[in-house]
Design a protein around this ligand. Sequence first.
Ligand code: NAD
Ligand code: MG
Length: 396
Amino acid sequence: MQSVTILGATGSIGLSTLDVMSRHRSEYSLYAVTGNTNVDGMIALCQQHRPSIAVMANEQAAEKLQTAILKLGLDVSVRSGKKALIEVSSCNEVDIVMAAIVGGAGLMPTMAAAQSGKRICLANKEALVMSGELFLDAVRDNNAELLPVDSEHNAIFQSLPVEVQQGGALESAGVEKILLTGSGGPFLNTPISEFKDITPSMAVAHPNWSMGAKISVDSATMMNKGLEFVEARLLFNARFDQIEVVIHPQSIIHSMVSYSDGSVLAQMGQPDMRTPIAHSLAYPNRIKSGVEPLDFSKLADFSFCKPDFERFPNLRLALEASQKGQGATTVLNASNEVAVDAFLKGNIRFTDIATVNEYCLTELGSASPTTIDDILQLDCRAREYAIANICKGSTC
Ligand code: NAD
Ligand code: MG
C-alpha cells in the first residue's frame, strides 16, 4: 500500500488524481490533501475520499473546514499554513507526493518532498522552472524519484529508454531531438489584430483540455509551451537545440522523441490528464486510469506546423530565458504569474501579458541565483517589478 499526499487536491489535477486513486483503493491510500481557500471543494473531497489530514492555506479557511468536518462527524485532522504543507509533503507516513499546486506557491512543499526522498509526481511545472538545477540536486541528493505528470513530459519520458529515464545522456541513447508538441491553444487561427480584445473567458476556454485558469491562459499565450520547454531541458538534461516545439492542434500525440536511425517514438492518447497521472503513480507498472482508448477510425485530422513567434511572443520570451539561464527563467515565471493574474482580474489586456514579461525579463533577467534563498528573493523582486509595471500602464 502506497500512501499519497496531494498538494493542490481541490484543483483540476488534484481531482483527476483522486479519481484515479479511487479506482485502486487497495494500492493507494490518501494521507493528506491540501487546498488554498476553497472550503466547499475541500469539504466535498473529504466526504468522498476520507483523507487523514486536510490542509488549507490560512486559518480562516481551516476554521470553516473544521466546523464542517465536526458537523459531518468525519475523522479528518485539519491544519493550515505553509509549515503544514511542508509537513504533509515530507513526513515518514508518505510515499508519494502529487505536486499539483499552481505556481510558485508549490515550490517549498515540493522541495520538501524532494529533500525527504519521496516519489514526486510533478504537475507543478512552475516550481521546477523557478528553481531548476537546485531542485534536481535535491532530488538526486536524497534519492527522491521525479516522475513528470505534465502530459508532454510524461509522453517524452515514456518514449525514452530506461537508461535516460534514470538520468543517462540523450546522445548515448541515440536521441537526436525531443519534439515537444502543443495544441497552439484557442487562438491559433485568430487574426492577431483581434488579440487585444481577447477576454479572460475566451482565454480559459481551451479547445482540447479542461484545466485550471492560470495554465489555460498560459496555453492561450503559449507561455505554457515556453515553460514546458524549460521544464523539458531540465528533466531530460537537454541542450537548447535538442528540443523543438511542434504545433499539433488535435492534442492526440502528447510529444515525441526522434532517434538517430530515423525512428520517431510518440506517446498518444485522449487529452485526459488521468493517463499521465496514473503512469506517474504506478511507474514502472500500468494501472487503469478511467481513460477510454483512442479510436483511430474516429480521428478526422492529424496535423502539424511550426510555432509562430509573432503570434505568441511569450513563447519567444521563454525560449530566450531558457538560453539566458536560471535567473531569467525565475524572473519570467514570477512576472508571468503576476501578469496572468492581472489579466484574469480584468486589469490588463491579453496582449499586455507579454509586454509585462518582456519588461521584467529585460530588467532582471541577468541575475544568477545560486541558492533557494536567492531564488525566492529574485521571485519576489520580479513580482514587485511586474506589479509596478502593470500599475504604471493601466487601471490599478
Ligand atoms: P488549478 O487552479 O485547477 O488548481 C490549483 C490547486 O492549487 C488548487 O487546489 C488550489 O487550491 C491550490 N493553490 C493555488 N494557490 C495556492 C496557494 N497559494 N497555496 C496553496 N495552494 C494553492 O490548477 P491545475 O490546472 O490543477 O494545475 C496545477 C498545476 O499542474 C499547475 O502548475 C499546472 O501548470 C500543472 N498542470 C496542469 C495540467 C492540467 O491539465 N490541469 C496539465 C499539466 C500541468
Ligand atoms: Mg503540458
